[in-house]
Structures are given as C-alpha cells and as structure tokens.
Ligand binder design. Sequence first.
Ligand code: F6P
Length: 565
Amino acid sequence: MRAHFRPASDMPTDPDSPSAALVERGRLLRATTLAELFARDPARVAALTFEWNDWLVDLSKERIDVETLGLLLRVAEAANLSNWIAALFAGEKINLSEQRAVLHPALRAPVAAPVFVDGVDVTVQMHETRERMAEITGAIREGRRKGATGRPLRSVVNIGIGGSDLGPRLVCDALGALASVRDGAPDVVFVSNVDPEHLTRALAGRDPASTLFVITSKTFTTQETLANARSGRAWLASHLASTEDLAPHFLAVTSNVEAARAFGVRDADILPMAEGVGGRYSLWSAVGLAIALRTGWNTFTSLLDGAQSMDTHFRMAPLGRNVPVLLGLLSYWNTRVLGHPQRIVVPYAQALARLPAYLQQLQLESNGKSVLRDGTPVDGPTEAALWGDIGTDSQHAFFQWLHQGTHEAPVEFIVPVRAQHPLGDQQTLLVANALAQAQALLVGRTEASVRAELAAANLSATELDAAVNARRCPGNRASTTLLLPTVDARTLGALLALYEHRTFVEGVLYGINSFDQWGVELGKTLAKPIVAALADNVPLAKDVDPSTRALVAHVRRLQSTKHWT
Ligand code: F6P
C-alpha cells in the first residue's frame, strides 16, 4: 500500500499542480464575499447541493465554488484516495504505524462478504460474536439471565471510556431514551469518568441484585475503566451475601480476553473484539452491546444496515458525487487552504445531543496529528478543533460569537426534518430556526437596515452610530446544511458511517494515519508516578518539572487538611 501513497504535502508545487492552484484559489476566495459568489453563479445552489437517498447536503453557503471543487478533486486523485478507499474495504493493513487492517466496515458488511487479513476471513469471528450478542440481548431483555440471587438483570451499567463509551452512549441517547420496560428494555447507564462521583451517582438507588456491569475496554488496561470496574464489583460484594457468586453480574467486551478472565469474567460472558477495530470506530462491534440491550436487537441491526448503505455509497460513488469525500474535501479546504482552525457542529435534534462529543473523539483523535505516515512533519494544519452543541439551545449561548465575534468558524447544521415524536408545531419551529441561523450567518444584517429600524428612535448622531454598530451583523460567514429525513436507526447508522469515512478522507488528504493515537499515551504514562506520589508518597523523579512538583505537593497538603468544617 505504501507504494501507492503520495501525500498531499509531497505534491509538486509548480503552478499547474493542484496544490499551487488551490493556494491561489484560496487567496481569491478569501477576498470574495459569499454574496458575490451567489451573484456570480445563478446555478450555484444546484451545483453545490448533493443528494444521497433522501438526504441533502448544501455546500452553497461555504466559501467554495465549482472550480475549487474541481481542484480539490485533483488533490484527492493525487493522494490516491480511490485506492485508499479500496484498501480500507479490502482489509489491507492501512494502519501503518501499528501494522493493522482497519476493520470497522467489515463489522457491518453483509454475511456473504468475506474480508481476509493474513489469509483469515475476519468476518467469521465477527458474525459469531454478533450471534452471541443477539443471544445475550434476548436473555437479558426477556428476563432469562438472572443475577446471583435469582432476580432478572434489569439494570445495566456500561463501564468504559473514549470509544468504549461515546458511540454507544450517543446511540442509546438518540434511539433508546423512550425504550420501554414493557418491551424488555433494561435501564442502561454509562460510567466513564474515574471521578468517583460518576459511578456513585450511577449506582445510587440501584438494586445490586438486578444490576449487570458491562465492562467495555478493547485493551482491558485502561485505568479509568478498571478502577470503576473494581469499585462496581466492591459495591456488589458489599450488598450481596458473601456466599453469592458475582460472576452473573459481569459481561466484558474486549480484545484482551486473558485480562477479562483474570478480572473474574466467565469465558461465556466475554465478547471479543478484533484488533483491527479501533476504539472510536467500535460501536458496530460488541461495544454496541449496550445499544442492543437498550434499544433491542432489530434496532441494532438497522443501525448496522444504515452504516452499510453509507459504506456502499462511499465505496462505489464517483468522488465528485460521494458525500463523505465531498465533506472531507471541504474540511481540507477550510482548514488547510483557508486556514480555519475550528469547525462548529450543531445538530438540530435533541436526540443528537451527544454527537459533538462523539465527533470530537472520532475526528480529533483520528486526525490530530502532525506527522505524515512516514514520520516526517506535515507542511500545514491538519484537523481543525471541533466543538458544538444542540440547536436551538446553542442559539442562546455561543451563536452571538458566531454572528458578531471576531473569528469566523464554519458551522455545520445537521437538521433532521421529521420529528421522532411530533408535538404541535415544534418541529417546524426547530427546522425553521436552523435554516434561519444559516441564512443569518450568510446575509448578516446591513447597516442600512439597522439605520432604517432606528430612524424613529430619536437618538443623537453619536448614539445612532453606536447603536447601529452594535446591531449590525457582518454576515459572509460560511456554513454547511445537512438535511436528514429524521433520526431513526438506519439514518443514524448512515450518519455515523458518513463521519467515519469523512475522517478517513481527511486523513488521506493530509497524508496522516487516522487510526493510531500515540499522543494520548504520554499522559497515561506520566500519571503513574503522580499516582504513586499522591497515594503512597513515593518521591517524584528528579527531572520532574518544578510546576508539576509544586502541584503534587499542594494536593498532598490539601488531601490531609479538612476544609470548610
Ligand atoms: O483515549 C485513548 C483510547 O485508547 C481511545 O482510543 C479508546 O477509545 C479509549 O482510550 C478506551 O480504550 P479501551 O477501550 O481500550 O479501554
């Protein structure tokens, strides 16, 4: 694979090369208003609006035009994007730094579509695991799986962090909020933080005899997860009779079967994960067990079906009509060429409240890199910071900054059109607000319109100028609008797969490996001696920096002092 790959940063820079032409295009478009772009091209909306099934992606409010899109497609070709897509689906070892295949698409591939890695069809174990998930889901939802005292397990605590938490938590929130006990749905709660408050709150009021812990950790070495799992076990032990066997209260999802066994989880209760499934891409695997438990098996399989339909689109559609590719190119353009260091995501759907947090891990852990695949430095910015929150609440929080602040950050409006549960005209209000915000960012509010409004206000000239300046909005701020039919399992599966593939496209364009995360290891390593210093007063090494040393000393003082009593 390495031989095929030519990162964007290595592309020739003669005036005909896509990168040189793009840089020039960027200079031109930065100096052009969005209003001018609309005025110049009457067909702009049609040319920059893309459809997939009944979805619509409107890029016409972005600072881009058809010619730029053509140049970006040349960047994609120069980066061999089509080959990388084919390699992803073929199970090639495209995670070069870890020499692993990238197998999340295989998790939702049809049963008859084998994926061979080192001569082994990896889908066989995936399908076996899926069958076991289905059995476990049925046993729990139908009350057949019982705890130590013989009570059905009606309460599920998923302990995991990062990819072992964010994806399943988002989907349970999106699709399982109203799941009914009458249909067998257990209560499902997620515990990720090592802050003891998280587990304490999750367990408060819970019945130990009917509580099941699902310990979700690909590595089964993550300290936050193991600490919570140990505390969960201690809570059970302290509430159940000492003669009771705690094993029925635990399931594990992991690729480190040995470690789960050593923790005390029975073999039949350990669901394996393939090494090639990265944490942030893992909700389609047994990591999604909490989803199946809460929303039911049919919903889980519909989620996978939705993702698979996006996989097919991504694999087959020409690059110029390929939605993940187009969005990846847009990110590359906004970040690498126009230089925006941020991207804002605003889902206009309560069900998608956790989408920004999920996307932060997906995109920032994947593409927050500064070296190319061969270890040499990148020659420009990679992934923009990503943040956001649900609309319409965000309108009453950070949208002021979007409309009148000194920074421009492209916004992505994600707008499901039909309500999951309609109430009066509320969905219309919601959708109208989304469209109006995108419009407001584009058109702003002119000085003349504010002056006209204030004409009758009887202000002095100085007061009028100040009032006008405070009220006018510059507009000319870029956004994308993604219209979805609604939030259901298929749509959500496709949406999450879309973002996975967009992340991959960006990584290919930047020339980086989106599938490792070496940066997060450093903090984990450095925490160990600090834990030893705080817990057992083990002296810090001599080369520890003075600031950290002083903080540790102060924490130790506070640990031994009672305050506010
Ligand atoms: O944050 C680093 C990370 O390794 C993520 O990539 C992963 O999703 C998370 O920790 C949890 O890891 P695990 O599932 O192995 O506990």
